[in-house]
Each structure stands twice: as structure tokens, then as C-alpha cells.
Design a protein around this ligand. Structure first.
Ligand SMILES: *[C@@H]1O[C@H](CO)[C@@H](O)[C@H](O)[C@H]1NC(C)=O
Ligand SMILES: *[C@@H]1O[C@H](CO)[C@@H](O)[C@H](O)[C@H]1NC(C)=O
Ligand SMILES: *[C@@H]1O[C@H](CO)[C@@H](O)[C@H](O)[C@H]1NC(C)=O
Length: 342
């Protein structure tokens, strides 16, 4: 899970290497009646660069001695509940997510963009009533879907952030959700709750048998990637995107962790689907044409696994259920009660 400072003008100025800045803030592109919270909203308030901590003007990055992981700020290095981690090969479920609205994870209108660090996907057809929303009883919380981004490798044996029994996967997709009693993602983070966000992780692996046969559910993304000619370009698409198809089986690893990019806030209730999705090499080739802020192919945008420390890792059963009508973004009375006791 990451959130990126995206396309704010100060951010772009800070990155003096960037010469192209064609984009209006993505948050302005949503219909008025549909004020979806975007990562962009976060940037002004909680933008963290290495400059804030080190007096240097270098943005964080992956795999580079001057701005890579070992130089990331504060919590990233000192935190005891960091993400990602390696999962043990669990088989027995010891928790349950009831009424998970899997079928609502689809869209007819979405956007693709590269923010230089990842490929970001936003669903543009989710009005307040249709907003993807789920209740997580164990967390005493409801969550609203926010946005999606992906991590991938330079070759097919790396790319995911989490691993299972030390096995790494080719892609990890993150579906970010914000606790429903907070208006914005930065509000949720600044409140300092360990479960301010819920992130659903989905793992993808290359099936050599697929050869030319690509994953059809990934095609709405893959076949339009060439439109993302450089970091900052946003492409709006009116096509069906079936995210539900990526939620295979009924099991997901759960633990409490952090954002996987600076500022590494320890505020994420993680749910990583146990079953990986099969893709072909061709699908990955497309992803690797996404450009970073310097116009180079973006890849290996994953953080290495962190110490589990004393954290509990469980395997949860995800039970199907309907989205309640008009749940909107309000917490239930029960949740309010539970929160007031915290
Ligand atoms: C690391 O980042 C610095 C600053 O952005 C850049 O000048 C340098 O070329 C990068 N090194 C590598 C090996 O990518
Ligand atoms: C949820 O609420 C119950 C009852 O107030 C409490 O015992 C429990 O610790 C809470 N769980 C979390 C994760 O906050
Ligand atoms: C894949 O990339 C990783 C990270 O760059 C590297 O360590 C590994 O050796 C590569 N594996 C293969 C099979 O090329």
C-alpha cells in the first residue's frame, strides 16, 4: 500500500528532474456530485520527501543508494509494524470477514495514470450510493474504496511486495480503502489509528503455459497502457473493469502493518488474497512500458519484506454478501459505540 503525492504542482517543482507536467489535479476530474477522495488530497498535508528529514531535496525511490529504502525517513526505518512481510503457509482460517461485497468490485469507467512510482487506477463511476464499501466487524470499522495501484518487477520472479512462504510473485495490486468515519485519507492517517486504512492485496504470477494467452480480465488495463505515454498523463476509459475476477478463492492473509512507501504510516489493516492470479509474460511486458518521472520504464517498484516482530498473522475466510443500500460512507451505530470505547 502506498499513497503518492501524485501531481501536485509543488511536488513536481520539487522533483526538478521532471520537465513534463501536463496534468490537472486528478481530483478535479471527478464529477461534482461524486467527491471521491484521491491521493492528491493527501499530498498537500502529508507530503513527505527525504528533504523533510534529511535537509536534502531528493525524492524517495527504490533500489538506489542515494534515495532507496535504506534512506527512507523515520518510521520506515524505526517502525516495528512495517509492511510488506513474508506470510507463513497457513491453511486453517482463524478469522472471518462477513458480507464482503465482492460483486461490487467492478467498474464501467475508470482512469489509468502513472505517477512516476506506480500505475494508478481510479474508478470514476462510483457515486456515493454505489461506492464500494465493506464492514469489517473484527476491526469495528467500515471502509470505503479509494483507489488502486500496482507493484511489479523487472523480471517475472520478483515484483510483489508480500511473499508467501518466501515465494515472491510478479505483480501485487493494492486496493486502498479508507475507514468510513474519516472524510479523507489524510484525516484517517493523521488520527493515528492502526486500522485507518484497509488494503486488499492481490498477487499475480506468470503461468508459462499461457504463452500468448493473456489474462482477459487484465486486458482493460494492459491494452490501454500505451496511452500512458509518460508520468502525469491520465487516460479516462469507458470499459468494463472486473476486479472481482482477481479475488479468487475465499482466503486472505491478515495482519496489521503500514504503507509500503514513505511515510510508512503504521495504519493499515492488510488483507492479502492467498490465491495468485495467473497471467502471461505478455501482460507483464505491457506493464513494464509504464514510464517513471524520468521517462524510463518503471519496474521493480516494490519494497523488500520487513520484520514481522510480534505481529499476529492470520488467514481469514472471506464470506460473500450484498452491499447494503445507502450505507454511504457513514459508520454504523455499533461501530460508533465500539469506537467511542477505544
Ligand atoms: C540514484 O538517484 C540519483 C538522484 O536521483 C541519480 O542521480 C542517480 O543516477 C541514481 N542512480 C541510479 C544507479 O539509478
Ligand atoms: C472492537 O470493539 C470491541 C468492543 O468494544 C473491543 O473489545 C475490541 O478490542 C475492538 N477491536 C478493535 C480492533 O478495535
Ligand atoms: C530478477 O530481478 C531481481 C531484482 O532485480 C534480481 O535479484 C534477480 O536476480 C532477477 N532474477 C532473474 C531470474 O533474472
Amino acid at each position: 500500500m502506498t499513497y503518492f503525492s501524485g501531481f501536485s504542482v509543488p511536488f513536481l517543482l520539487k522533483l526538478s528532474l521532471i520537465s513534463i507536467s501536463l496534468q490537472v489535479p486528478t481530483s478535479l476530474q471527478f464529477p461534482q456530485e461524486n467527491p471521491i477522495i484521491t491521493d492528491f488530497d493527501v499530498s498537500a498535508q502529508t507530503r513527505i520527501t527525504r528533504g523533510d528529514d534529511h535537509g536534502s531535496d531528493v525524492e524517495w525511490c527504490y533500489q538506489n543508494a542515494t534515495c532507496g529504502e535504506t534512506t527512507w525517513p523515520s518510521t520506515c526505518l524505526t517502525g516495528k509494524a512495517q509492511s510488506p512481510i513474508n506470510f507463513p503457509p497457513l491453511e486453517k482460517t482463524t478469522c472471518t470477514i462477513k458480507n464482503f461485497p465482492r460483486t461490487s468490485y467492478n467498474s464501467q469507467k475508470f482512469s489509468l495514470e502513472s505517477n512516476g512510482k506506480s500505475l494508478v487506477i481510479k474508478l470514476l463511476d462510483k457515486t456515493k450510493q454505489q461506492r464500494i464499501h465493506f464492514q469489517w466487524q473484527e476491526q469495528n470499522a467500515s471502509y470505503n474504496f479509494n483507489s488502486i495501484h500496482m507493484h511489479w518487477g523487472g523480471n517475472n520472479s520478483v515484483g510483489s511486495e508480500h511473499s508467501i512462504d518466501s515465494k515472491r510473485f510478479a505483480i501485487e495490486m493494492h486496493l486502498i480503502h479508507v475507514r468510513a468515519d474519516f472524510k479523507t485519507l489524510p484525516d484517517a492517517l493523521s488520527f493515528g489509528k492502526k486500522n485507518a486504512l484497509a488494503v486488499l492485496g492481490i498477487l499475480f504470477e506468470v503461468d508459462p503455459n499461457l504463452k500468448e494467452k493473456q489474462n482477459e480480465n487484465l486486458q482493460p488495463i494492459v491494452k490501454n497502457i500505451h496511452e500512458i505515454t509518460h508520468s502525469g498523463v491520465v487516460k479516462n476509459l469507458e470499459e468494463k473493469l472486473n476486479l472481482q475476477a482477481f479475488m479468487k478463492g475465499n482466503h486472505a492473509y491478515h495482519y496489521m502493518g503500514s504503507l509500503t512507501t514513505p511515510s510508512c504510516n503504521e495504519a493499515v489493516a492488510w488483507l492479502v488474497w492467498q490465491k495468485p492470479i495467473k497471467i502471461s509474460s505478455l501482460d507483464l511486458d505491457a506493464l513494464r512500458t509504464v514510464k517513471n518521472t524520468m521517462g524510463e520504464p518503471l519496474m521493480n517498484n516494490f519494497r523488500s519484506t520487513q520484520k514481522t516482530n510480534e505481529r499476529k498473522i492470520t488467514l481469514c475466510e472471506i464470506k460473500a454478501g450484498k452491499v447494503k443500500d445507502n450505507v454511504g460512507n457513514k459508520p454504523t451505530q455499533e461501530e460508533l459505540m465500539a469506537h467511542s470505547k477505544l
